[in-house]
Ligand binder design. Structure first.
Ligand SMILES: Cc1ncc(C[n+]2csc(CCOP(=O)(O)OP(=O)(O)O)c2C)c(N)n1
Length: 638
């Protein structure tokens, strides 16, 4: 039987970057070919991020070839483009487990490998982290190189500029590589992106640089240094300096990031220099795989696909909450011309494609700039228009002060459509949307809703849009129970829950939030429990909570959010406030970071699936001595 090594002999002869560094220069092109083919073959089965990694194959090889990793520090931004890095740093044989339960993470993780110098998943952190490492090396007199690789998309994040600003001033020994492919997930946006394109089209600059680079590479260091200064001088006379030079970086580029020879030569040159350096590399997202080159946006993240044609497996999926939001947004925008739709660089993921096509003048992709997106919305709301910020739960974390300082304190009318709330599956801990109840709940005036089904989601969005002040609707990745929305939108009374099921024994009352309503109904049928769809995390339906406390023996709160400070905590506080002493079981996400896997695997791991919820309730009933006393009528099915 043929082994993978037969197909990729060179790649399978390399188990570490140290071995890579022993290869002849002339072998590297073949290695790039094998690495690319291997990446395509494996991701065609596993799914995951594809186009970003295809664009960084040569850069990855060159970096590990030139730098002495892991002692020299290589910091990738986000980490979704680092699959080739994973394969070359001892994880080739486990690569087929990527993003799967107990398998390799789809992002960078310090606990996974010494080569993953900084854990990531969110954008725009690499320059800050690398700068910190460079400063630490200086403090400790360690002679090591630190390299940050950041995409042009991630460069739209303010944090990247905060770090560049700081680095230029600290004169840190740091190399920043801009991996410029003109794409974020969708085409990149913003003035910096336009500026980068202008640099790219500045042929004169490249030509001079290309010439000088060849000369520089052949010179001994002291002469090279002199020549570099001379070149700098000449450059200053004939052409404007780049933004990065103004910030204190020695800038080289743009160079072709797929030309291994050039990239290696440039890296070697820059390695010999000191201080803040900036290498501008042009790559093509999806390079070497025609379907991905043709549609890098679709191939940014893929489901399993046919490696010959690129055709992806279409799983029969129901309607997602993202679709519900997408339709609602267009319907609402048709009804109210004040509506403005805003996304921080997540047009596809957040369901704004249709809106951007139908209402281009009211659509704003502001870049990977969550903080800005909120204050931008605040400004729009100040003028009487109606901003809707479509944002993932995990990315809203980035904009917390803007939420309080710019929106809540001024009680501005901003609706947050919070997608990917709860457990997100394969993206894992960095993307978990399990904190929003807790971090939103303590903000005065914030309305927080969580729908139990698609129809309720649409009505909640409408309710939030109509309400005065900041409001949010948080919904999960994927679909719900499949309840068809009514075209006609209905207001939901703010702060009112909905009783879905009455128990005869009045032993257990399940107070369920959002995604947990459906499994609660399944459990309740077995345990004869009362079920309340709480609908609002804030304002909480206190009357319902008190009524349940007065009439039932055990209250069970259930949420897909961390237990700490979440919806269950809100109920605990309410009970304390009303002097109710009733046993309470808080079910939710425990106080630890959850590994990646499918959403179902994650839910099962922490007891948030039907079986887990049921067994926690049964345990609690027995711990509180309620089983014999009250629920003799309950048919306990194990
Ligand atoms: C703070 C934050 N917001 C949004 C995202 C979602 N996201 C993942 S990759 C990506 C695009 C990154 O573009 P770029 O840095 O240019 O890398 P490329 O994929 O083009 O190689 C976005 C927006 C994120 N990871 N982090």
């Amino acid at each position: 039987m043929s082994q993978p090594g037969d197909k990729y002999p060179l790649l399978f002869s390399i188990d570490s970057p140290a071995q890579l560094r022993e290869l002849e220069h002339s072998d590297l092109a073949l290695l790039a070919d094998e690495l690319r083919a291997y990446l395509i073959e494996i991701t065609s089965r596993t799914g995951g991020h594809l186009a970003p990694g295809l664009g960084t194959i040569e850069l990855t090889i060159a970096l590990h070839y030139v730098f002495n990793t892991p002692d020299d520090r290589l910091v990738w931004d986000i980490g979704h483009q680092a699959y080739p890095h994973k394969i070359l740093t001892g994880r080739r044989d486990q690569f087929h487990t990527i993003r799967q339960y107990k398998g390799l993470s789809g992002f960078l993780k310090r606990s996974e490998s010494v080569y993953d110098t900084f854990g990531a998943g969110h954008a725009s952190t690499s320059v800050s982290a690398a700068l910190g490492m460079a400063v630490a090396a200086r403090q400790e007199n360690k002679n090591r190189e630190v390299v940050a690789v950041i995409g042009d998309g991630a460069l739209t994040g303010g944090m990247a500029f905060e770090a560049l600003n700081n680095a230029g001033d600290l004169d840190a020994n740091l190399l920043v590589i801009l991996n410029d492919n003109e794409m974020s997930i969708s085409p990149n946006v913003g003035a910096i992106s336009n500026y980068l394109s202008r640099i790219l089209s500045g042929h004169a600059y490249t030509t001079v640089r290309e010439g000088s680079k060849t000369v520089l590479s052949t010179l001994p260091p002291p002469v090279k240094d002199y020549a570099r200064r001379w070149e700098e001088h000449l450059k200053g006379m004939v052409m404007p300096s780049t933004l990065f030079e103004e910030l204190g970086f020695y800038y080289i580029g743009p160079i072709d990031g797929h030309d291994l020879k050039t990239v290696i030569a440039m890296l070697k040159n820059m390695k010999d220099l000191e201080g803040p350096r900036f290498l501008h590399v042009i790559t093509q997202k999806g390079k070497g795989f025609e379907p991905a080159e043709g549609d890098p946006c679709v191939f940014h993240g893929v489901t399993p696909f046919n490696p010959d044609t690129g055709k992806m497996e279409v799983k029969k999926k129901g309607r997602s909450y993202t679709n519900v939001f997408s339709d609602w947004l267009c319907d609402m925008a048709s009804a109210d011309e004040r509506l403005i739709g805003i996304t921080p660089a997540m047009r596809e993921g957040s369901g704004l494609v249709k809106f951007s096509e139908q209402f281009p003048d009211r659509y704003f992709d502001v870049g990977i700039a969550e903080q800005h997106s909120l204050t931008f919305a605040a400004g729009i709301a100040c003028e009487g228009l109606k901003p809707v910020v479509a944002i993932y739960s995990t990315f809203l974390q980035r904009a917390y002060d803007q939420l309080i300082h710019d929106i809540s304190i001024q009680n501005l009318d901003v609706l947050f459509a919070i997608d990917r709330a709860g457990l997100v599956g394969a993206d894992g801990a960095t993307h978990a949307g399990v904190y929003d109840y807790s971090y939103l709940r303590c903000i005065p005036g914030m309305v927080i809703m969580a729908p139990a089904d698609e129809a309720e989601c649409r009505d909640m969005l409408y309710t939030g849009y109509t309400h005065t002040g900041p409001t949010s609707v948080r919904y999960p990745r994927g679909g719900g129970p499949g309840k068809k929305e009514r075209k006609e939108m209905q207001l939901i009374p703010v702060g009112k829950s909905q009783r879905l099921r009455d128990s005869a024994s009045k032993t257990v009352a399940m107070l369920a939030f959002g995604t947990m309503v459906q499994p609660s109904m399944a459990v309740a049928a077995d345990l004869d429990a009362t079920v309340i769809n709480m609908r609002f995390i804030k304002p909480l339906d206190e009357d319902a909570v008190v009524e349940m406390a007065d009439s039932h023996s055990l209250l069970v709160t259930i949420e897909e959010n961390v237990i700490m400070g979440g919806a269950g905590s809100a109920i605990n506080e309410c009970l304390a406030r009303h002097g109710k002493h009733v046993p309470v079981l808080n079910i939710g996400v425990p106080d630890r970071h959850l590994e990646h896997g499918s959403q179902q695997q994650q839910l099962a791991e922490i007891g948030l699936d039907v079986a887990g919820i049921k067994s926690q309730i049964l345990e609690s009933l027995s711990a509180f001595g309620l089983v014999k006393r009250k629920i003799s009528s309950i048919k306990v099915v194990n």
